[in-house]
Design a protein around this ligand. Sequence first.
Ligand code: GAL
Length: 967
Amino acid sequence: MAIRRPLLALVLACLLTTGLLAGPVHAESGAGRHTVGYDRYSLTIDGKRIFLWSGEFHYWRLPGPALWRDVLEKMKAAGFNAVSIYFDWGYHSPRQGVYDFTGVRDVDRLLDIADQVGLYVIARPGPYINAETDSGGFPGWLTTLKGKARSTDPAYLAAANEWLGRIDRILARHQVTDGRGPVLLYQVENELYNVKQSEEESRAYLSALEKKIRSDGITVPFTGANDARFTSGTGAADLEGYTVYPQSFNCAEPGKWKPVPDDYGQYRAGLPDTPVNFAEFQGGAFDQWGGAGHENCRTLTGPDFERVFEEANIAAGATMQNFYMTYGGTNWGWLATDFDYTSYDYGAAIDEARRLTPKYTEQKFLGYLVQSVAPLRTTDPLTTAPPDNAAVRMDARVDPNTGTRFYVVRHADSTSTADDRTHLALDLGAVGRYPSVPSAPGTDLTLAGRDSKLLVAAYRFGGQELVYSTSELMTQGTFAQPSGTGEQDIAVLYGRHGQDGETVLRYASQPKVTVLSGSVRASWDAGRHDLRLDYEHDGLARVLVHGGTRDLLLLIGDDQAAGSFWRVDTSTGPILARGPYLVRGGSVSGHSGEVALTGDTDQAGPLEIFAPQGARSVRWNGRPVRVTPTSSGSLSGELAGPRPVSLPALTNWRYRYETPEAQPGFDDSAWRAADHTTTDNPYWDGKAPVLYPDDYGFHHGDTWYRGHFTATGGQTGITLSATVTDHGAYAVWLNGHYLGSGGDGSKHFDFPASALRPGADNVVSVLAENMGHDQDRAADDSYREPRGLTGAELTGSAATLKWRIQGDQGGEKPADPVRGPYNNGGLYGERAGWYLPGRQDAGWPTVSLPHAEPTPGVGWYRTTFRLNVPKGQDVPVGLRIDDDAARHYRALVFVNGWQVGRYINDVGPQHVFQVPAGILRTDGENTIAIAAWGLDGSGGLGDVSLVREGDYAGPVSDSSRRKESPR
Ligand code: GAL
């Protein structure tokens, strides 16, 4: 096992330099092994320290492998060096012993892509993952397994080991430790604290999992997300961590903040020997049926939240942070747990349509900082004098090796929305004392409401010595000089528009300062040998300082100007590029002096490049760009934007009402008899027959029941009990007569006398839609809580019903293995393939939308449309449903056979459903099929339209055309 224990690692780390490491070391199969270690400061790889800056991404929430690369490249471009991934057991396993790792489930490919993109992987295969997904990631078949989950129960452990054996086999092939891939850490289980089982049992369970995982060949360190509970003893992880959601999930009040806790020191106290590790730190928030919508979640956890809280984490000494979620994605099919709807956008930095939001830019600021400032990896707390304004608080840290200081300045009450001004007293050790910073007369350090600043001082980089700056450092590096003969250092600094900034650098003798653009005043302090620059942040100022061991170009931007910079690290050094929507990657050919960049534009506009060597020419996505040299030593040119794309209107709808199961003559003889008289379900209330769909192998989506009885004439009604969960529903018919609908609990339905057929077979038909299984957050098997009908009693007679049940076609052997176990439920049209592309609607009447269907039950609307997105353009497309919320219906939305949306017209909040490229044919015909279920006379379907979510010229659509066209 290639893991160094903390003490040894500490000794080693002190001997080793703190090198920069931007991503995994890509090695050929079998080549070079790497050692993953850690001490109390940070993780190390082959002795080099890293600041682990990770984003959470779930491949199973983006069913288009070409888009995995897109999202991972976007993360890498923002300075992330790792991606944390839950692997969802249920997504791969429709029945016990059967696993699918192909197509949209090809995790081998996912790990290859992460490696190629240059991201480490934190693998989190559970077995339990929570994640607001159905059963918290447990497969449907586990619901009927005897044996308590998340414990040492032998039946459960055997099942869990089956999954681990399969997934570990893949993960083991991609480990950093044997030089073959990006998997750096492995999280065992998920939040196994605060649960309804003894700590002893949890520890024994963790220990059993760990043994199994090690025996599967996993050699990277184990991490835990258990609030630092299991740091030693049985079941302990190598690196424990915290999961922290400071704003919780109340997206309905996005302006209401909870403060940064005062006792942030607790995080270090809980993990005295290992890095302060936020295994999950709030990167957004999930929303619920009827909720406020993800844009509100994005406001709740916006750039201000990111800055204040992520910098507070750094102030607490964290060198491992993973943001949950960085791309949330889609609960397509029936992937959501019972309270969650289709979108899992999460208000994350990258939205569900894969667009970069202002939160992304904020992540980029901090991501670039933590990657480029090595002393951040080894810091201790530092006591400082408080700021001269009591409304402002300052926390400080120092790297004992270099003396570099980090000051995190925020409001004492972090929820304050006031603008405050202050001055800081900085004691920079050997570098000197600065009693009032900023020191230029008449200037302040301004702290706007809900803002935070991470200031760097006593920092040597390249050939420079930064004394301090009240601007924040975005990144720094060494680049070619304008003349092409030597090198210059470049640092990008930034601050809020209109606020004062002051940067002080030290030189042996007075340097020559040339202000290339902007308004910057320079003054020289001959006593201290300090060059002071003071300015207001306004657009982009450029200052060239000549006189140190190397020239320095300072690029000082306001947030907007600095946010337009991209940094790409190449084997020959960094590239800085400014202008385009996204720069994904690049390379420099020393031989030809050509810089080749890949990226996206959302409009035509400028491109400016600072390159590591005398660059002469530039290519953008393979095409030459005409560039001219600038006085800053950069090359400048123009990039084309995307061509406009318009989407077609959706017309030619065809409609067919189905619901034959409600009719007495329907042949249900092939359905399963629901006749179990007992069940292993721990939540069973003793009623027989057991009607839970799970017990008959139907785990997801709608379920039909048909209960037969011979009427004596005395039957006056039926009382049904159900657990369909909030916003779930069921509908009831007697011999084809609609009796009404219900929800959770018991409800009585009268039989109209005319509907009963005395002496003959009578049929009660029930269509039930439950919203999904609970998770198992408290480890109390709540994921097994029954769903569907839980009881049925006729009134007016003791006659019993003989039930038959039908859910998704094939049940645990899904009829559609490509789309898999979560795509379909048991509606007639789903079983008959009406959701698939093809000619099955040829004879259906045409209708126009909006359309009314007065008969309760299910009807299907189908149409096709063609897209012809220009090659080389990425146009995210959504499908929108609009209607009057007074109409009571729900709908399942299929595009090319993939269920991309669950819509409830009178609940919401989701009206736009993403259709990822790969599922969507961007250069051909697409089929929409919508099953709409009216619960009273107000059914039908509202307006349906396509929404263009963006238009980008870039490499994504090409790879999705090339490789991804599932079915
Ligand atoms: C965490 C959990 C995640 C997810 C998150 C909320 O506590 O580990 O799986 O449920 O909460 O989105």
